[in-house]
Design a binder for this molecule. Structure first.
Ligand SMILES: NC(=O)c1ccc[n+]([C@@H]2O[C@H](COP(=O)([O-])OP(=O)(O)OC[C@H]3O[C@@H](n4cnc5c(N)ncnc54)[C@H](O)[C@@H]3O)[C@@H](O)[C@H]2O)c1
Length: 400
């Protein structure tokens, strides 16, 4: 049995906590694997790590303990049953001992006000921050006798980052670190650089663009690390990427696509800030233009509605034109629990990135595009073709 370390950035957040609780529930036979595609027969004969072989650790900038975070979610949304939490309490307490204080670096007002401690004190030097993260990752690997490591970014959505020469070449990146140029990076960049330094696989589940800057993607590739991002496709955008192809398959012209999202919880609170919301909206809106390839009116709006907590509601209105220029419309309403949709996806991707590491695959893992709103280096947003790309990859793995 081999041991796969899963190092989570934002380990005390809603998605992270739900994922850890879910993995423990599966390990103890207390839950079904609904929502995980890696547990379906599609993966028969593919040598994936078992969910019970995953060892969790991570960074966060808040200090609420992991068991307490799980109880908070249980009270707020009712998704994590108190009996389940009682049964896995010792495991959660054990994982809590693997959590370390994260870094804040140009993270912006919304995220900085979440933090329980002054984590940036003395760490304006990006090189020092990377060194501290590397130490935490190495220590975790040694203490937990990890065979391979997957670093997963589940931290709050960061503001966009100003262009800098360090974003475009590995030499520029190394020079900025050497010079202690704090303006070049944001926290997610520093985590991703540290992942490359220890040869870990890297998953950017967030829309934060700082995590997979061109120079960082190259650095990860040179380090032999498989990686993929950005921004998990779990709700409204998932439906969009399934529906948009239908219009194309039937040569129906989409004229307008209006999407309105409401969400509560901490993620919604962070996205209520203009600079963080812009990162998310760009990620959600790009898909249609890139996929349909013709001009259309589109808008994505996101509003923070505290009472909804994690129960995200999206309403989409699609105005389209058919034969003889006749206009018609389609509307859908999506009401999903964000963390419940995201958590199994993260487990799936951790297992697939772990597999990629064992196969020696490095760089962007384009067969994972179906999991993302903005799949790194992939322009095809057709969910059906993305699914086909995954099945082809699995076929190749089976033959080995
Ligand atoms: N369905 C989904 O829930 C979904 C889908 C796609 C993307 N995402 C993205 O996943 C991320 C997590 O979502 P969530 O609902 O769990 O949010 P959350 O606010 O509950 O959790 C984020 C966690 O990150 C921590 N954090 C913030 N900055 C940090 C830093 N620099 N270092 C370490 N920790 C840091 C916060 O303290 C918090 O615990 C968000 O970026 C969200 O946009 C979520």
């Amino acid at each position: 049995m081999s041991r796969t370390g899963v190092w989570i950035l934002g380990a005390r957040g809603g998605v992270a906590t739900t994922m850890i609780v879910g993995a423990l529930a599966l390990k103890h036979g207390l839950a079904e694997s609904t929502g995980l595609i890696t547990s379906t027969d599609l993966f028969d004969g593919v040598p994936l790590a078992g969910v019970d072989d995953l060892i969790f650790g991570g960074h966060d900038v808040r200090t609420t303990s992991l068991p307490e975070c799980a109880r908070e979610i249980s009270c707020a949304t009712g998704t994590l049953h108190p009996a389940l939490l009682a049964a896995i309490e010792p495991d959660l307490a054990e994982i809590e001992t693997h959590l370390r204080t994260g870094v804040l670096h140009h993270s912006g007002h919304a995220i900085e006000t979440l933090a329980g401690v002054d984590v940036s004190a003395g760490e304006t030097d990006p090189g020092a921050a990377v060194a501290r993260i590397v130490t935490d990752l190495e220590e975790f690997g040694r203490e937990q006798k990890i065979d391979r490591l997957v670093v997963v970014n589940l931290a709050s959505t960061e503001p966009q980052i100003k262009d800098h020469p360090a974003h475009h070449s590995v030499d520029g990146l190394e020079q900025a670190l050497k010079d202690g140029d704090g303006t070049a990076f944001i926290a997610s960049s520093l985590y991703a650089i540290a992942a490359a330094r220890v040869g870990a696989a890297f998953l950017n589940f967030t829309p934060s663009p700082g995590a997979l800057l061109p120079s960082i993607a190259r650095l990860l590739e040179e380090a032999g690390s498989p990686f993929m991002g950005s921004d998990g496709k779990t709700g409204e955008t998932l439906v969009k990427s399934a529906l948009a192809p239908m219009f194309r398959y039937r040569n129906l012209r989409v004229l307008s696509w209006q999407g309105y999202n409401m969400l509560g919880d901490r993620d919604g609170e962070v996205l209520a800030h203009d600079e963080n919301r812009k990162t998310k909206i760009d990620s959600k809106d790009n898909l249609l233009h890139e996929y349909l390839g013709y001009p259309l009116h589109s808008k994505v709006a996101i509003d923070y509605v505290p009472s909804l907590d994690d129960w995200k509601t999206a309403w989409d209105f699609i105005h389209f034109e058919g034969f003889l220029g006749v206009k018609m419309s389609l509307q859908f309403t999506w009401q999903g629990c964000d963390s419940i949709l995201a958590a199994p996806l993260v487990i799936d991707m951790v297992r697939l990135l772990d597999l990629a590491q064992r196969r020696g695959d490095k760089g962007a893992q384009s067969h994972l595009a179906l999991f993302f709103k903005s799949p790194h280096g992939v322009k095809d947003h057709d969910l059906h073709r993305q699914f086909h790309a995954l099945t082809q990859y699995l076929e190749a793995c089976r033959g080995e």
